[in-house]
Design a protein around this ligand. Structure first.
Ligand code: FBP
Length: 585
């Protein structure tokens, strides 16, 4: 074996530091797999007309031009369908990242770009910079192959940047039309979550009303996994983020069982729904896991408070101490705080006060607590300063509490420690208690996308192109059968208004795309119920390992191993249901 000289080693190191990471370059070369229908010519087939998820009359009134349209499915061109414009015409399209980043976003842009340029007919793609405000302010860059080739199959949204601006004032809407007119856009693709796709529906309606030819198409993005329904099986980014958090969580589990000296409180990102936490728990088997939706359901019978959560943890610690296990892993979804009855009430009261304060943060030091109800005042007085300060920060432009900034794991750890001191004085607890807090959040949103997200996002970009080519507006790109290999995926578009409901946001009732919370009757949650009791004392930790392109094809070569357990279990449930329905016919 030959070794490099000292000089050569130094030169190689300098060379490595100065050039892109090897994996980055390799990833740029990966060609995503796509559904068969997207690799050739296709036409659109129409499904039945749609209504909204709820409040159809209100939604229809708010979206008179776009409400009720049918969905579409892409079919190979072999089938001649009348009235479908078959155009290989030159298109000018804009695209924008909206909201929090999610792994795979760059592949949506790549898919869209490749779709537009594959006919080589002079079509152009423009990327708005910094999120929806880029549309209002007309700040954009033209997407070129030379620039884009560095971003293919790479995490982050940094090619264009992102933001959370909600386009809603008359002035913002007018300026958005102006931007589309100035750039002569045939289409606008909004890559976002539920709030951003609500924005897409508002824009589509406004454009039609104001004779602006730009069609608007949404893309289901969010690591939270809550932009899903009967049409959308998963938002992109969920696959990668859960694989990333699961890897981190299992590493902590192994540290816990190796060092045997600490409890680890892990808070995992996911604003409202607990899909991420549920998937991570199924993948890693922590000793205790909280699912917010379970607590919301329990509310109906009995209100569940912060202290109830603390008590459940104390119970676990005492039981494990009896087995001389003074360590463990407890996983908490970041959204739990907004679902505990006492915290929820305080947050709702603070929301209204923040609206009155022009949504500017309120300082707990100068806050007049008499503005709160009696029960909220009692809770407020018992919470540590750091939590109060975090809870009183401004809400995001869509009216959401910034749960990512609220250190619930620290609050819970702090309360558990105080309670254990009391137990120690009463001689109920004699062991040492050390705890470490972790927040797995932002680091999961921008990593290298999994193979699934690479393929899915690229296909979503192609789908958006297909919808725009056929002048579809107020639709979201939708790909089904995701549990199967990409070649078998079914591709189409679903009207955005069909997913809408009416909710209270920033003090007003607003149309919004409905968030899908964890279904307590669904197979993923039922699977958790089946196993979680045994995880409490047994330390049955599971290690899924890190993401690698092509990992999971394993010895068996089964591509299903690449999917999240949530996706597989939901597909299993759907197929079973279909079979039962067919038998009844
Ligand atoms: P999106 O819904 O825009 O995808 O963002 C989701 C999310 O990542 C949540 O999980 C998290 O609570 C929130 O964004 C953090 O928001 P911000 O990026 O504004 O801090």
């Amino acid at each position: 074996m030959e070794f490099l000289s000292l000089q050569e080693t130094e030169a190689e190191a300098v060379d490595l530091i100065g050039s892109p990471a090897h994996l980055h370059t390799e990833r740029n070369l990966y060609q995503p797999k796509v559904p068969e229908v997207l690799s050739g010519k296709f036409s659109l087939q129409f499904t039945d007309g749609t209504t909204s998820y709820s409040d159809p009359d209100v939604v229809k009134q708010l979206f008179p031009s776009t409400y009720g349209q049918p969905g579409v499915i892409f079919v190979p061109e072999l089938v001649e369908i009348p009235d479908t414009p078959k155009v290989a015409r030159k298109l000018r399209v804009g695209c924008v990242f909206s909201g929090g980043p999610a792994p795979g976003g760059h592949n949506v842009v790549a898919g869209l770009f490749d779709f537009l340029t594959r006919e080589n007919n002079g079509s152009e793609l423009f990327g708005f910079l910094g999120g929806p405000s880029g549309i209002v302010e007309k700040i954009y860059r033209q997407v070129t192959e030379t620039e884009l080739e560095n971003y293919r199959n790479i995490g982050g949204f940094h090619y264009l940047g992102s933001g959370r601006t909600k386009i809603e004032t008359a002035e913002q809407l007018k300026r958005s039309v102006q931007t589309c007119v100035d750039l002569e856009l045939d289409g606008l693709v909004i890559i976002g979550g539920d709030d951003s796709n609500t924005n897409a529906a508002v824009l589509a309606e406004y454009f039609l009303k104001n004779d602006c030819k730009t069609c608007v198409v949404g893309i289901p993005k969010t690591i939270d996994g809550d932009l899903k329904n009967t049409f959308i099986e998963s938002s992109f980014g969920f696959d990668t983020a859960t694989k990333f958090y699961a890897n981190q969580t299992s590493n902590i589990c192994l540290d816990a069982i190796s060092a045997c000296k600490a409890y680890h409180f892990i808070r995992i990102m996911g604003r409202d729904a607990s899909h991420i936490t549920l998937e991570v728990a199924l993948q890693t088997h922590p000793n205790l896991v909280f699912i917010s939706e379970e607590y919301m359901a329990k509310h109906a019978k009995k209100s569940i408070t912060l202290m109830d959560v603390v008590n459940e943890i104390l119970h676990l610690i005492l039981e494990r101490a009896a087995l001389h296990k003074n360590y463990g892993v407890i996983v908490i979804p970041e959204g739990l705080i907004t679902h505990l009855s006492d915290m929820k009430q305080l947050i709702e009261e603070l929301n209204e006060l923040l609206v009155a304060n022009d949504n500017a943060a309120i300082d707990p030091l100068t806050f007049d607590t008499s503005k709160l109800s009696e029960s909220a005042q009692v809770l407020y007085a018992n919470l540590p300063d750091f939590i109060l300060r975090q809870m009183m920060l401004e809400r995001d432009p869509h009216g959401n509490v910034q749960v990512a900034t609220i250190e619930l794991e620290r609050l819970i750890g702090h309360m558990v420690r105080i309670q254990l001191e009391v137990f120690r004085e009463k001689k109920i607890y004699r062991s040492k208690f050390t705890y470490v807090c972790h927040y797995f959040g932002y680091e999961g949103r921008c990593g290298y996308p999994s193979q699934f997200d690479c393929d899915y996002c690229y296909s979503l970009g192609l789908t958006a192109g297909g919808l725009l080519e056929n002048q579809k507006t107020s639709m979201i790109a939708c790909i089904k059968n995701l549990h199967l290999p990409p070649s078998e995926w079914i591709v189409g578009g679903i009207p955005l208004t069909s997913m809408m409901t009416i909710e209270r946001r920033l003090g007003h009732m607003k149309p919004v795309i409905r968030k899908q919370l964890v279904d307590l009757h669904g197979l993923p949650f039922r699977s958790l119920l089946k196993y979680r009791e045994s995880w409490k004392l047994n330390d049955d930790y599971r290690v899924p390992g890190p993401i690698q392109l092509g990992n999971g094809s394993g010895k068996s070569g089964r591509s299903e191993e690449l999917r999240t357990l949530t996706l597989l279990l939901e597909a299993q449930q759907r197929l079973k249901q279909q079979k039962e329905d067919d038998q009844k016919k």
